[in-house]
Design a protein around this ligand. Structure first.
Ligand SMILES: NC(=O)c1ccc[n+]([C@@H]2O[C@H](COP(=O)([O-])OP(=O)(O)OC[C@H]3O[C@@H](n4cnc5c(N)ncnc54)[C@H](O)[C@@H]3O)[C@@H](O)[C@H]2O)c1
Length: 331
């Protein structure tokens, strides 16, 4: 049994080595290169490939694997929108992803960044770096004194609710499908409008779906409390960023923590320190004292990376053995 892994980063090596030690019966080879029609040749002789990339899995790439007799592919990430499923279907590909690797990684990031905005840590840190050690006017708002509105109470939203309740905050939630446990706690409001009207801090934990496109916009911001804090660690297109910038400019929005951006592909996860920064909007947001921008790093923890490597390799092995895997993508 042989698995070939693509795009292996340094921070994934430990998890991969551990998996290899635990599975001496499986031959594993890997590269830091991404999978494309040319690099597909590196997998010759393998039974399955393990991958993680934003680069598209094109008809040419999948055909190259098919010609090597490979039709098993395990993704170390969630998103499958870059796969050409028509070609995958033609060649009867078995595909898996890692849908749940560590909701805590993302929920903790949301909680930490939200708390940082409330406590004004960015301007405070800047003052301290300049040896200005005065308190005022950088006064904080206590987490426990806020009402948090959580939109989407799935894996990540639920963990965030637990974290915030640990701080003693009041939490209300909205979801199109209610979680019975949270329902019993009485956290749900019936409409998004109620959530907008009651929340001091609003955190988004819904997927990118057509019906959720720009759910935070001029009209919905107008329904929110003054001095609202917004947190988006989910998907960039949930927010009309221009409307949010208007809200920051007018003072309606107290602060923003964002880990995702509608136009993040090609921008995030790249070192721009020696190049002309290509996005003025993000440059402006990064410069603001009440805005925290992180480049889609909420997921990026040692635990999450471990799960992504381990679960994807387990899925590849299951495919090779003809076993079932809960991570199989039905398409
Ligand atoms: N920043 C990161 O690094 C990172 C990492 C992983 C996931 N995410 C994002 O986090 C988001 C949530 O992930 P999850 O694992 O908790 O998903 P999930 O599927 O477990 O939960 C999503 C919830 O949203 C609900 N929902 C969908 N549309 C809704 C709407 N219009 N109003 C109210 N509720 C709605 C669903 O019923 C579901 O309960 C996703 O957008 C995902 O892409 C971000």
């Amino acid at each position: 049994m042989k698995i070939f892994a693509y795009g292996i980063r340094e921070d994934e090596q430990n998890a991969l080595n551990e998996w290899m030690t635990n599975h001496p019966e499986v031959e594993v080879d890997y590269t830091d290169k991404l999978l494309d029609p040319q690099t597909a040749q590196l997998a010759a002789g393998a039974d399955a490939v393990d991958v993680y990339q934003q680069l598209a899995y094109t008809p040419e790439t999948l055909t190259a694997l098919h010609e090597l007799g490979i039709n098993k592919m395990s993704l170390r990430n969630v998103g499958t929108d870059n796969i050409d499923f028509e070609t995958a279907r033609r060649y009867d590909f078995s595909i898996s992803n890692v849908a749940v690797y560590s909701p805590n990684a993302i929920a903790e990031h949301a909680a930490i960044q939200g708390a940082r905005v409330l406590r004004q840590t960015k301007p405070l840190d800047r003052k301290i770096e300049n040896h200005d050690l005065r308190w005022a006017p950088t006064i904080g708002r206590e987490v426990r004194m806020q009402t948090f509105g959580i939109i989407g109470t799935g894996h990540i939203g639920h963990v965030l609710i637990d974290i915030l309740q640990g701080f003693g905050a009041k939490v209300i939630g909205y979801d199109v499908y209610r979680n019975p446990e949270l329902e019993a706690e009485g956290i749900y409001v019936d409409t998004l409008d109620e959530l907008y009207a009651q929340s001091d801090v609003i955190s988004l934990h819904v997927p990118s779906l057509p019906e959720n496109y720009h759910m935070i916009n001029k009209e919905t911001i107008a329904k929110m409390k003054d001095d609202v804090v917004l947190i988006n660690v989910s998907r960039g297109d949930l927010m009309d960023i221009d409307a949010v910038i208007d809200g920051l400019d007018s003072g309606k929005i107290f602060g923003l923590a964002m880990d995702v951006y509608e136009k993040e592909v090609g921008l995030f996860n790249k070192d721009w320190s020696h190049e002309t920064f290509p996005d003025e909007k993000i440059a402006d947001l990064i410069a603001r004292e009440n805005v925290l921008v992180t480049p889609h790093t909420a997921f990026y923890t040692t635990k999450a990376v471990y799960e992504m490597v381990t679960q994807s390799m387990d899925a590849s092995l299951a495919f090779i053995k003809g076993d079932e895997t809960a991570n199989e993508v039905k398409y």
